[in-house]
Design a protein around this ligand. Structure first.
Ligand code: ATP
Length: 350
């Protein structure tokens, strides 16, 4: 785990990014899709925050709202997104124009982003070296020669074999894993303080996935950057994250340290997701429990707690009518009406 959270003199972690009540809506002909529906979370300097949830829960759209790279059909995000990359430097990302100079500087220099599909970030018609050189020349003011040296250094840093040769390769000449490394080199080229990783290992075979995770952990601790790691895979989260936020239908329903998520989850959705993970040697020959029902269609989000129709703990008259508030237990947050009961049960088991 990347336990490198930077601290100030009082050893309270320094906040790098803060989202406060962020909404992203898609006005479609069929109705209004509230893809992100009041999301609040923070990332401390140098920490890895995992964001977990089923497909369609709003993980990627929240990340794209931070980068102001939302699909054209989306309305401008509502709520506050504050970012403090360095001492004295502070950006209200939510107040910046999508193509403003400041926003382009943030995207180029301070926040890197990597995706499941490397060709989302890489141009097919330029060499890997040319793409890295362009970024570092633009944002770090390097000369052509220095930029080429930086590109080779970055390819070596992401453990590309023969960086002196591959700097002149086009993306299609590389294997999937190597392309992923090239995209990571491009994303970290200007020493960003935050890397947003959106399912970067989902399409890879398990060996390559393990290598890329190892690489990200090494880079995170060497460069001291924070990472938002988006995935639907709890195993990956356990491997890389310090804290985890669980998303369901456009809301964060639980946030906790990795240990508390695995051993003291206080939201029935988190608990259900954890029950559906296969455990080596334990679940052989046994059918794994799945979460009953389907994620509701985004035009008709259930009233009250959006998870209530699928929840085995739901109580009629409460869960289907009242939106649960955030309940805080030390560093843990749960949006369940009955979170205290889970806490009391844990206390009884100690
Ligand atoms: N271009 C779009 N037009 C309309 N609605 C969209 C668009 N992109 C996303 N949405 C809506 O936003 C919701 C959240 O999408 P998002 O991609 O953030 O989910 P996710 O949790 O990242 O899922 P996945 O793991 O499948 O990537 C989707 O269910 C969809 O309803």
């Amino acid at each position: 785990m990347g336990n490198k959270t930077m601290t100030n003199q009082n050893s309270a972690p320094e906040r790098l990014l803060e989202l406060d009540n962020v909404h992203v809506h898609f006005p479609l002909r069929e109705g209004l899709v509230k893809a992100v529906n009041g999301v609040s979370y923070h990332v401390n300097k140098g920490e890895v925050l995992g964001i977990v949830g089923e497909s369609g829960s709003g993980k990627s759209i929240t990340a794209r709202a931070i980068m102001r790279l939302l699909p054209k059909r989306a309305e401008a995000p509502e709520g506050r997104i504050s970012f403090r990359p360095r001492n004295g430097e502070s950006y209200e990302l939510s107040a910046l124009g999508r193509n403003s100079r400041a926003m382009r500087q943030v995207r180029g220099q301070h926040i890197g982003m990597i995706f499941q599909e490397p060709m989302t970030a890489l141009s097919p018609v330029h060499t890997i070296g040319a793409q890295i050189m362009r970024t570092v020349q633009l944002h770090m003011g390097l000369s052509r020669q220095a930029a080429r040296a930086r590109a080779i250094e970055l390819l070596a840093k992401v453990q590309m074999p023969r960086p002196n040769e591959l700097v002149d390769a086009f993306p299609h000449q590389l294997s999937g894993g190597m392309r992923q490394r090239a995209m990571i080199a491009l994303a970290i080229s200007c020493n960003p303080s935050l890397l947003i990783a959106d399912e970067p290992t989902t399409a890879l075979d398990v060996t390559t996935e393990a290598q890329i995770l190892e690489l990200l952990k090494e880079l995170q601790s060497e460069l001291g950057m924070a990472i938002i790691f988006i995935t639907h895979n709890f195993g990956v989260v356990a491997d890389i994250a310090d804290r985890v936020s669980v998303m369901y239908l456009g809301k964060i329903v639980e946030t906790a340290t990795v240990d508390d998520i695995f051993y003291a989850a206080k939201h029935p959705y988190t608990q259900a997701l954890l029950r559906s993970i296969p455990r080596l040697g334990v679940d052989q020959g046994r059918r794994l429990p799945t979460i009953p029902g389907m994620v509701p269609d985004p035009f008709s989000v259930p009233s009250g707690c959006a998870f209530n129709p699928r929840c085995s703990h739901a109580v009629a008259g409460i869960c289907d009518t009242q939106v649960p508030p955030e309940k805080i237990f030390g560093s843990q947050m749960s949006r369940c009406h009955f979170a205290e009961q889970f806490a009391a049960r844990e206390a009884a088991h100690v």
